[in-house]
Design a protein around this ligand. Structure first.
Ligand SMILES: [Zn+2]
Length: 468
């Protein structure tokens, strides 16, 4: 078959899926086509997993809301020159915090990794500290020897230290650094671009966290890790640069599948000419975007941190050995896309009891600034939310929802605290969208016989009413 004809046929076959997604109809039947068999994970994986638990997890990063100064105080002792590391200051943030570049390795393949350009996305920075310990403390490990001989790693941890200081997405000027790759208006983005130009990486790793609420495809399963080979044009064409990235993404999936089957997704391939991953791909680096979502119960993302580390090592090893060449693109292509974003908490079936107002049947949706910790919540919606699903649902039938007095006028605005847009309305009135989530579930309308309290944050000691 001529290549052009084959391509036309392939495109024709792909069209129903696209239509199905855009019109909310059931997906084209994918079950008739058997999914590609996922190869076994690398032979070294279980050994490295055990080594990680025994020695590699760097202490001092148990709270994921650390700032850049703290991260460097933890990482710097790992970065001795005798261990092969070279650290240099390559710029300053808007608030004059140092921006640093860590170089390691003697190989001919330059690899650039950058983390936390969104200040509240810290999982990769934790994993990078663990990677530094692995590289530095285990120079004779076969994986480390291979990496050192064949690659040179250029790491730019915490691109956005001013944002990290506030644990917020944007830099201190309110600019999203991952929308500043074209204009380069910020010193942080300029520093990353200058490093890129100097290093001229063959491979790039754009390291992020995404919303915990994302589902994997149209399933009810949360996305723990999402991968993307960012497109370099609006057509999302695949050239040699992207082919390598797609292969490496397939390698990461293969390594993490034993841990996260069904919870690995693909970020969508819409081209954004302002985003770093899209442009580094355009500039010629085979770039992989890795997004840490969430694992329920892993409130500080410490389990996800290890999996992020293992995925990174698998990717780097496949680059050092060339073993990603020929990996089936389907391992990436057949991942479900990130689907719906589920809100954090749904209080279903309660009766709203606000002093001076008539009692009203209403469901209540709450989103938290830190969804895994369930802290700093705000009302996201109220009313008949019978069609909604949430990460956690409480059954409030036979209970009254009573605002906690004394907080009128207060508001909590939840920033889009991970990747994805956020358009929550804001209002200062209690128990209306945008207000702080401060209420009790009570057996009486005056809030005296309290069953459960949400005073902005969930008190983990409070017994929850029945979930359903
Ligand atoms: Zn991000």
């Amino acid at each position: 078959m001529r290549p052009t004809l084959a391509l036309c046929l392939l495109l024709t076959m792909m069209i129903p899926t696209t239509i199905a997604r855009n019109t909310d109809m059931p997906r084209a039947d994918a079950s008739t086509q058997a999914p590609t068999a996922i190869p076994p994970p690398p032979a070294w994986l279980s050994g490295l997993d055990a080594l990680y638990d025994a020695e590699l997890r760097v202490a001092g990063l148990e709270d994921r809301t650390f700032n850049a100064e703290h991260w460097w105080s933890v990482a710097t002792p790992l970065l001795a020159r005798t261990h092969g590391f070279h650290v240099e200051e390559i710029g300053r943030s808007v608030e004059d915090r140092p921006l640093r570049h860590v170089r390691w390795g003697e190989g001919r393949i330059p690899v650039l990794l950058w983390s936390q350009m969104h200040g509240d996305e810290s999982t990769a920075s934790m994993a990078l500290a663990d990677l530094f310990r692995f590289l530095g403390d285990h120079p004779d490990h076969p994986l480390v020897r291979q990496l050192r001989a064949n690659t040179t790693l250029h790491v730019f941890p915490i691109v956005n230290p001013d944002g990290a200081a506030r644990f917020q997405r944007r830099n201190v000027q309110g600019i999203d650094l991952n929308r500043d790759a074209r204009m380069l208006a910020t010193p942080e983005a300029r520093t990353l671009k200058a490093l890129y130009d100097r290093v001229k990486p063959m491979y790039g790793f754009n390291l992020h966290d995404q919303r915990v609420g994302y589902r994997a495809g149209d399933s009810d399963r949360g996305t723990a890790i999402a991968l993307l080979s960012p497109p370099y044009n609006h057509a999302a064409d695949v050239n040699d640069v992207r082919t390598r990235a797609i292969e490496v993404a397939g390698v990461i999936r293969t390594a993490l599948e034993p841990y996260l089957a069904g919870h690995i997704a693909r970020w969508d391939e819409t081209f954004d000419p302002r985003a770093f991953g899209d442009l580094t791909t355009q500039w010629g680096a085979s770039t992989v975007l890795i997004e840490a979502g969430g694992i329920e119960g892993d409130v500080q993302k410490q389990r996800l941190r290890k999996l992020y580390f293992l995925g990174l090592v698998a990717a780097l090893d496949s680059i050092a050995t060339g073993s990603h060449v020929g990996v089936a693109p389907a391992l990436y292509r057949e991942l479900p896309e990130n689907g719906d974003v589920w809100p954090d908490l749904l209080v279903r079936g309660g009766t709203l009891s606000v002093p001076g107002r008539p009692p009203t049947k209403a469901d209540l949706l709450v989103n938290f600034r830190n969804p895994l910790m369930e802290t700093d919540g705000a009302i996201a919606d109220i009313g008949d939310l019978g069609t909604k699903k949430a990460r956690r649902t409480l059954d409030a039938r036979d209970l009254f929802i009573v605002p906690i007095p004394g907080h009128e006028g207060e508001r909590t605005v939840i920033e889009a605290n991970d990747d994805g847009d956020n358009d929550e309305p804001r209002s200062p009135l209690p128990l209306t969208p945008g207000a702080s989530a401060r209420f009790v579930l009570s057996r009486d309308p005056l809030g005296r016989d309290v069953v459960w309290t949400l005073d902005g944050s969930v008190d983990p000691a409070t017994p929850a009413p029945p979930a359903r």
